[in-house]
Design a protein around this ligand. Structure first.
Ligand SMILES: [Zn+2]
Length: 126
Protein backbone atom coordinates (compact mmCIF):
# COMPACT_ATOMS: atom_id res chain seq x y z
CA UNK A 1 0.00 0.00 0.00
CA UNK A 2 2.83 2.41 0.80
CA UNK A 3 4.22 1.78 -2.63
CA UNK A 4 0.91 2.54 -4.28
CA UNK A 5 0.65 5.77 -2.33
CA UNK A 6 4.08 6.81 -3.50
CA UNK A 7 3.28 5.98 -7.11
CA UNK A 8 0.12 8.04 -6.93
CA UNK A 9 2.04 10.94 -5.40
CA UNK A 10 4.65 10.71 -8.14
CA UNK A 11 1.97 10.71 -10.79
CA UNK A 12 0.37 13.77 -9.23
CA UNK A 13 3.73 15.53 -9.08
CA UNK A 14 4.41 14.61 -12.69
CA UNK A 15 1.02 15.95 -13.77
CA UNK A 16 1.60 19.22 -11.87
CA UNK A 17 4.99 19.58 -13.49
CA UNK A 18 3.54 19.07 -16.96
CA UNK A 19 0.73 21.54 -16.20
CA UNK A 20 3.13 24.23 -15.03
CA UNK A 21 5.44 23.70 -17.99
CA UNK A 22 2.66 23.72 -20.59
CA UNK A 23 1.84 26.98 -22.35
CA UNK A 24 -1.30 28.73 -21.15
CA UNK A 25 -4.45 27.81 -23.06
CA UNK A 26 -5.25 31.47 -23.74
CA UNK A 27 -1.76 31.93 -25.13
CA UNK A 28 -2.51 29.23 -27.68
CA UNK A 29 -6.16 30.15 -28.31
CA UNK A 30 -6.49 33.85 -27.38
CA UNK A 31 -10.03 34.21 -28.80
CA UNK A 32 -11.43 31.42 -26.70
CA UNK A 33 -14.25 32.56 -24.43
CA UNK A 34 -15.68 29.29 -23.17
CA UNK A 35 -14.72 25.66 -23.24
CA UNK A 36 -16.77 22.83 -21.82
CA UNK A 37 -16.12 19.14 -22.14
CA UNK A 38 -18.58 16.34 -21.55
CA UNK A 39 -16.54 13.27 -20.83
CA UNK A 40 -17.64 9.69 -20.63
CA UNK A 41 -16.01 6.32 -20.75
CA UNK A 42 -17.31 3.34 -22.68
CA UNK A 43 -16.56 -0.28 -22.44
CA UNK A 44 -17.63 -2.82 -25.06
CA UNK A 45 -19.42 0.04 -26.81
CA UNK A 46 -21.58 0.83 -23.79
CA UNK A 47 -21.42 4.07 -21.84
CA UNK A 48 -20.54 3.72 -18.18
CA UNK A 49 -22.97 6.24 -16.63
CA UNK A 50 -20.89 6.74 -13.47
CA UNK A 51 -18.03 8.07 -15.60
CA UNK A 52 -20.06 10.77 -17.34
CA UNK A 53 -19.21 14.25 -16.22
CA UNK A 54 -19.02 17.79 -17.45
CA UNK A 55 -15.91 19.85 -17.10
CA UNK A 56 -15.90 23.59 -17.58
CA UNK A 57 -12.38 24.75 -18.24
CA UNK A 58 -11.38 27.78 -16.15
CA UNK A 59 -9.72 29.72 -18.92
CA UNK A 60 -7.79 32.20 -16.79
CA UNK A 61 -5.72 29.44 -15.26
CA UNK A 62 -5.91 26.59 -17.72
CA UNK A 63 -2.76 25.12 -19.20
CA UNK A 64 -2.91 24.07 -22.84
CA UNK A 65 -2.93 20.49 -21.70
CA UNK A 66 -5.81 18.02 -21.85
CA UNK A 67 -4.90 14.88 -20.03
CA UNK A 68 -7.71 12.85 -18.45
CA UNK A 69 -7.13 10.04 -16.01
CA UNK A 70 -8.68 6.65 -16.65
CA UNK A 71 -11.65 6.35 -14.33
CA UNK A 72 -11.21 2.65 -13.74
CA UNK A 73 -9.68 2.50 -10.26
CA UNK A 74 -7.91 -0.75 -10.99
CA UNK A 75 -6.27 0.66 -14.12
CA UNK A 76 -2.55 1.26 -13.96
CA UNK A 77 -0.67 3.68 -16.21
CA UNK A 78 -3.87 4.50 -18.05
CA UNK A 79 -5.24 7.84 -19.06
CA UNK A 80 -5.85 9.93 -22.11
CA UNK A 81 -3.80 12.72 -23.61
CA UNK A 82 -5.99 14.48 -26.16
CA UNK A 83 -4.07 17.77 -26.03
CA UNK A 84 -3.00 17.77 -29.68
CA UNK A 85 -6.45 17.13 -31.12
CA UNK A 86 -8.23 19.62 -28.87
CA UNK A 87 -5.69 22.36 -29.61
CA UNK A 88 -6.02 21.59 -33.30
CA UNK A 89 -9.83 21.96 -33.17
CA UNK A 90 -9.52 25.21 -31.17
CA UNK A 91 -7.02 26.60 -33.66
CA UNK A 92 -9.66 26.09 -36.36
CA UNK A 93 -12.27 27.72 -34.10
CA UNK A 94 -14.55 24.71 -34.10
CA UNK A 95 -17.45 25.33 -31.75
CA UNK A 96 -18.35 21.70 -31.24
CA UNK A 97 -16.17 18.70 -31.73
CA UNK A 98 -15.85 15.21 -30.39
CA UNK A 99 -13.10 12.70 -30.02
CA UNK A 100 -12.22 9.47 -28.38
CA UNK A 101 -9.15 7.79 -27.04
CA UNK A 102 -8.75 4.18 -25.95
CA UNK A 103 -7.01 3.65 -22.63
CA UNK A 104 -3.66 1.96 -22.94
CA UNK A 105 -3.35 1.09 -19.27
CA UNK A 106 -3.51 -2.30 -17.61
CA UNK A 107 -6.13 -3.74 -15.30
CA UNK A 108 -4.61 -6.73 -13.57
CA UNK A 109 -2.92 -8.71 -16.33
CA UNK A 110 -5.21 -7.52 -19.11
CA UNK A 111 -5.29 -4.37 -21.19
CA UNK A 112 -7.77 -1.79 -20.00
CA UNK A 113 -10.87 -1.97 -22.19
CA UNK A 114 -12.12 1.53 -21.62
CA UNK A 115 -12.47 4.16 -24.29
CA UNK A 116 -12.84 7.79 -23.31
CA UNK A 117 -15.20 9.92 -25.40
CA UNK A 118 -15.54 13.65 -25.17
CA UNK A 119 -17.81 16.26 -26.65
CA UNK A 120 -16.44 19.77 -26.53
CA UNK A 121 -18.34 23.04 -26.79
CA UNK A 122 -16.33 26.17 -27.40
CA UNK A 123 -17.12 29.83 -27.90
CA UNK A 124 -14.83 32.37 -29.44
CA UNK A 125 -14.73 36.13 -29.55
CA UNK A 126 -15.92 37.18 -32.97
ZN1 LIG B 1 -7.75 2.45 -18.17
Amino acid sequence: MRNRGREAAERTAERRRRESEAPRLLGVAPDLKLLELVIEERRDGRTLPETTHKKRVVLEHAPALFVMPCMDRSCRDGGHDVTAEILHALSKKQTTFTGEDPCNGQTGSANCQRVMHYTATAEFAS
